[in-house]
Structure formats: structure tokens, C-alpha cells
Ligand binder design. Structure first.
Ligand SMILES: N[C@@H](CCC(=O)N[C@@H](CS)C(=O)NCC(=O)O)C(=O)O
Length: 294
């Protein structure tokens, strides 16, 4: 039997025989390996992202790094065995965290946490981005920028917490399980309805900060929630129509596909959430106690 302790490497957090992954797999592993080399010296203005293979908050920042085409180092850490250099960057010990030597004070290393703040920081710092792909409308269109930020804000308030409420709810013992399922589907329906009608991306032809920020949970709906909660594509409008078009367009982008591990990794990693094991994570604890997510 698994101990449920995510630090147990022999039979750690997954379901029977599941393996606790301490590195990415598949396309994400290739991307991580391409970015394994340290560029974070006081001389070279480097960025290092501290990430964990399974983490959707990491994936949103990672997609943005890839979309912008910037130089960075990817450093895989176990956020449940917080290494001291992670804690030095971010006292909460959460991933993603950025390690920056950004030249404001030469030689000084600075940390930054919170995935949505990290995304905003990257968008501001790399202007224009090396890839030429801007993920927000130009500064001359402040309203259009605000609308996209509002969609991110709404997604963070709805899709993200409802995902965990549904995943952690136990079908056999939670009398509200069905309600939580319907509530989650409703957040996805609302998100789909807020999309540009023609697409393929949220705002139309161009990928935006909205797509990058929400993709990780919607992607995990296609594998984690399908596997553990039986949620099929047709149940949430993803088999055809606008959501299907959006998912297909997102998965075609190398910056997105290249941050996805294989399905096995997600199923192993989320078994502890699906069984709602005690002490799974700060996110899981907050979900169980009705607090806002960390
Ligand atoms: N609000 C944070 C949440 C980040 C977060 O919860 N990350 C998880 C991994 S998905 C973590 O580091 N968990 C470690 C813990 O629970 O102690 C963000 O947006 O960056």
C-alpha cells in the first residue's frame, strides 16, 4: 500500500504502485533538458524557474517563457521537500518561483513567486519578446489588456478552485459530489462562452495570456479528471465545437505541447488529490477547509 507520503520514493503519492515523479516525462522532459544549463550568474541577467513536473501553476509560467522565446534555466525541485534555495526565493516554498539576477542591483539574486505575477513580470520584462509573440494587446489598447487580465482573474477564481473541489470530492462519501461536478463543468462552459466566437484562441487568431494561464487545468481535465472522475470530453463540451477547437489549437503549439509530460505522470501525481489524502499539499488543504488557494 502507498503510504500517502509524497516524500516516500518507493511507493509515494500515487495509487497502487504509482511512482512519484521527480522529473518531467515526454516532451516536457526534452524541454527541461534543453534548459538545464545554468544561465543564472550575476553577470548574465539570468532567469531560473524552479518547477515541478506535475504542477499546473508552473506550467502556465513555463508556457509563457517558451512562447516569449527567452533564455532561461528550468530547475526541477520537489516542493514537498522544499530545498533551501527554493525557500530563499519564496518563503512559502511553492513552485513556480523565479530566481533572478535582473541587473537592478548588480550581483544580487532576487526571488519571485506567484504564477500570475511571474507571468506579468515576464511580459513586462521581455518587451518586445525575442519570439515576436506578444501575449497581451499593445499598451495603446489599455481596455483590451484589462479585458484579458479580467479573464485570467475570473479563471483563477472559478476554474482553478472548482477543479480541486471536484477532484478532491469523494464520490462515495461526499453528498455534494454531483454538485461539485456540475459546478466545475459550469466554470468550463462559462470560459468557453467567453471565447472569441471564431478562435481558435481565446481572443481570436492570436494566443494570449488568457490561454496560457488557463490551459494547465483544462489540459488536466482531459486526463486527470477523465481518469479519476470519469469526466468525458462530451460531458464538458470538449468533444466538438469551440472548446475542442481551442484544445486542438493549444496542443499544436510547440510551446504548449513541449511543457506537457506524458499522461502517466499526471495520473500518478494526482492520485493523492483524487483520494484526498491528508497533507497532500497547501492547495489541497485550502480546498478542504474552504480557504482561498495559497
Ligand atoms: N498561488 C501559487 C500556487 C502555487 C502552488 O500551490 N504550487 C504547488 C505545486 S502545484 C506547490 O508548490 N505545493 C507545495 C506545497 O503544497 O507545499 C501560484 O500561483 O504560484
Amino acid at each position: 500500500m502507498s503510504t500517502g507520503n509524497p516524500n516516500d520514493t518507493s511507493k509515494p503519492a500515487g495509487s497502487k504502485g504509482a511512482h512519484y515523479h521527480r522529473e518531467c516525462t515526454g516532451a516536457a522532459l526534452e524541454t527541461a533538458e534543453r534548459h538545464a544549463k545554468s544561465i543564472n550568474t550575476p553577470q548574465d541577467d539570468g532567469i531560473c524557474i524552479f518547477g515541478a513536473a506535475f504542477c499546473p501553476f508552473v506550467q502556465r509560467a513555463w508556457i509563457v517563457l517558451e512562447m516569449l522565446g527567452v533564455e532561461y534555466q528550468y530547475r526541477e525541485v520537489d516542493p514537498y521537500q522544499k530545498p533551501s534555495d527554493l525557500l530563499a526565493l519564496n518563503p512559502k516554498g511553492l513552485v513556480p518561483s523565479l530566481k533572478l539576477s535582473c541587473g537592478d542591483k548588480p550581483g544580487e539574486v532576487m526571488g519571485l513567486g506567484e504564477s500570475t505575477v511571474i507571468v506579468e513580470y515576464l511580459l513586462e520584462r521581455f518587451q518586445p519578446p525575442p519570439s515576436g509573440t506578444t501575449l497581451l494587446p499593445p499598451l495603446s489598447e489599455p481596455y483590451a489588456r484589462a479585458v484579458q487580465r479580467l479573464a485570467v482573474f475570473r479563471g483563477n477564481q472559478s476554474v482553478v478552485p472548482a477543479f480541486y473541489r471536484f477532484l478532491q470530492s469523494q464520490p462515495d462519501s461526499d453528498p455534494e459530489h454531483h454538485i461539485k461536478r456540475e459546478e466545475y463543468i459550469k466554470t468550463l462552459t462559462n470560459f468557453t462562452q467567453s471565447m472569441h466566437p471564431e478562435g481558435p484562441f481565446w481572443a481570436g487568431k492570436q494566443i494570449s495570456v488568457v490561454d496560457c494561464n488557463l490551459f494547465p487545468w483544462i489540459f488536466r481535465t482531459t486526463n486527470v479528471l477523465r481518469h479519476f472522475r470519469g469526466l468525458q470530453l462530451q460531458d464538458w463540451g470538449a468533444k466538438e465545437g469551440r472548446m475542442a477547437q481551442w484544445l486542438e489549437a493549444m496542443m499544436k503549439l510547440p510551446a504548449v505541447a513541449g511543457t506537457c509530460s506524458t499522461e502517466e505522470l499526471y495520473l500518478d501525481s494526482y492520485a493523492r488529490y483524487a483520494e484526498n489524502r491528508k497533507g497532500t499539499s497547501q492547495v489541497a488543504d485550502a480546498t478542504n477547509t474552504g480557504r482561498s488557494l495559497p
